[in-house]
Design a binder for this molecule. Structure first.
Ligand code: NAD
Ligand code: ZN
Length: 350
C-alpha cells in the first residue's frame, strides 16, 4: 500500500458566493468499517456542480460551506475499512452519487435510488474534486481496466441518460430529445446504440445543436425559430414521436415535447424545472393516453451494468461527447465553458 499524504488539493466551495477555490485540505482519514478511500484520476463537471459554482437559490438552500465539490469520478482504491468486501486496494472504480441507507422500504424493494434517507456525494458531504475521496462501499462500481479513466468518470450522467431512455424500449421508435446539454448528448449516443428509428433533437444552443448532429441526431431543431411540433409531425408522417426524452428543464420544451408525441406515446422526464410548471394535463397527457415517467438518478445498479457493458464492448463512443479534457488545475476554465454552454462533457484529469 502506498503511503498516504496528510494533505491534498481540492476544489472547495469556500464561502456563500460565486466560484470555488483550489485549496490544500486534509486527506480524509479514519475510515469507518464500510468506507473506502479512492485516489481520484479523473472528474467530470456536472450541472449540479455548476449550480454550486454559480451559488444559485438551490445551492444556497442545500450546500453547507466550506465543502469539496464534485461527484462524477474515476480512480483507484488506496485504503479500505475493516469490513469492506466489495473492492480491494488497487481496484479501478467509479461511484454512484446517491448514497442509500439500505434499510428503508425503497432500498429493500429495488428502488435504492429514491431511498427515503438519501445522501448525495458532493452535496450533503465532501465530494470528489480532490486528490482523494472517501465513499461508502455500497456505492462503488468496479470498472473494467480497459475503459479509460476519462470515460469512466462520466458513467454517472451516462446512467441518467440510460435510466431515462430505457423506462420502455426504444428500438425502431421515433424519439424526440428536448435539450442537448451534456446528458442530452449522452442520450443521443445511447439511442443510436439502442436502434432508435429517428432521433429528433431540440436545442436552443447552436454549439450543442452542431454537436448533436455530429453525435448522430437525424434531425436537429432550433425551437426559437422553428415550430418543434410541426417538424416532429412532418418527420413522422404526421403521427408524432413515440417517445419524449425531456432533458432541458425548460417548461416550453416540456409543453412542445408533449404536444409532439403521438397518442399512447411515452414521456420520460429527467429535466428539473426552476419553478412550478403549468401544462394542460387534459389535452397533453390524459386524452392522448401518454405514459409519463419521472426520472431521478440511476437504477442501482441495473443502469450501471448497461452503461459499463456498452463502454467495455466499445458499443458507445464518448470521444465526441466529452469535448474538453483539462488539467485539474484548469478547473476555472472548465466551469466557464459550462457556464457559456460551449461544451459537451468537461472532464478534469488529475
Ligand atoms: P443542462 O442544463 O446543461 O442542459 C440543458 C440543455 O437544454 C441546454 O443545452 C439548454 O441550452 C437546453 N435548452 C434550454 N431551453 C430549451 C428549450 N426550450 N428547448 C430545447 N432545449 C433547451 O443540463 P444537463 O446537465 O444536460 O442535464 C439535463 C437536465 O436534467 C437538467 O435540467 C438537469 O437539471 C436535469 N438532471 C436531472 C437529474 C435527475 O436525477 N432527475 C440528474 C441530473 C440532471
Ligand atoms: Zn433507504
Amino acid at each position: 500500500m502506498e503511503k498516504l499524504p496528510a494533505k491534498m488539493k481540492a476544489i472547495v466551495k469556500d464561502g456563500p458566493h460565486y466560484g470555488a477555490k483550489m485549496m490544500t485540505v486534509d486527506v480524509p482519514k479514519d475510515l469507518e468499517a464500510h468506507e473506502v478511500l479512492v485516489k481520484v484520476k479523473a472528474v467530470s463537471i456536472c450541472g449540479t456542480d455548476l449550480h454550486i459554482w454559480l451559488w444559485n437559490e438551490w445551492a444556497k438552500e442545500h450546500i453547507n460551506v466550506p465543502q469539496v465539490l464534485g461527484h462524477e469520478f474515476a480512480g483507484e482504491v488506496v485504503a479500505v475499512g475493516s469490513e469492506v468486501s466489495l473492492v480491494k486496494i488497487g481496484d479501478f472504480v467509479s461511484s454512484e452519487t446517491h448514497i442509500p441507507c439500505g434499510h428503508c422500504k425503497q432500498c429493500r424493494t429495488g428502488n435504492m435510488h429514491v431511498c427515503q434517507n438519501l445522501k448525495i456525494l458532493g452535496v450533503d458531504m465532501n465530494g470528489a474534486f480532490a486528490e482523494y475521496v472517501k465513499v461508502p462501499e455500497i456505492v462503488l462500481w468496479k470498472n473494467d481496466p480497459s475503459i479509460p479513466s476519462i470515460w469512466a468518470s462520466v458513467q454517472e450522467p451516462l446512467g441518467n441518460a440510460i435510466h431515462t431512455i430505457f423506462t420502455e424500449d426504444v428500438t425502431g421508435k421515433n424519439v424526440l430529445v428536448t435539450g442537448a446539454g451534456p446528458i442530452g448528448l449522452l442520450a443521443i449516443g445511447v439511442l443510436k446504440t439502442a436502434g432508435a428509428a429517428k432521433i429528433i433533437v431540440s436545442e436552443v444552443n447552436e454549439y450543442r445543436r452542431n454537436l448533436a448532429k455530429e453525435i448522430g441526431a437525424d434531425v436537429v431543431v432550433n425551437p426559437k425559430n422553428q415550430s418543434l411540433v410541426d417538424i416532429v409531425k412532418k418527420e413522422t408522417d404526421g403521427d408524432g414521436a413515440d417517445v419524449l426524452i425531456e432533458m432541458s428543464g425548460n417548461p416550453q420544451a416540456l409543453h412542445d415535447g408533449l404536444a409532439s408525441l403521438t397518442n399512447a406515446g411515452r414521456a420520460s422526464l429527467l429535466g428539473v424545472y426552476d419553478k412550478d410548471v403549468q401544462i394542460n394535463l387534459n389535452d397533453l397527457v390524459i386524452f392522448k393516453a401518454i405514459r409519463v415517467y419521472g426520472i431521478t438518478g440511476r437504477k442501482m445498479f441495473e443502469t450501471w451494468y448497461k452503461g459499463a457493458e456498452l463502454l467495455k464492448n466499445k458499443k458507445l463512443d464518448l470521444s465526441k461527447i466529452i469535448t474538453h479534457v483539462l488539467d485539474f488545475d484548469d478547473y476555472e476554465k472548465g466551469f466557464k465553458l459550462m457556464e457559456e454552454g460551449k461544451c459537451g462533457k468537461v472532464v478534469l484529469k488529475l
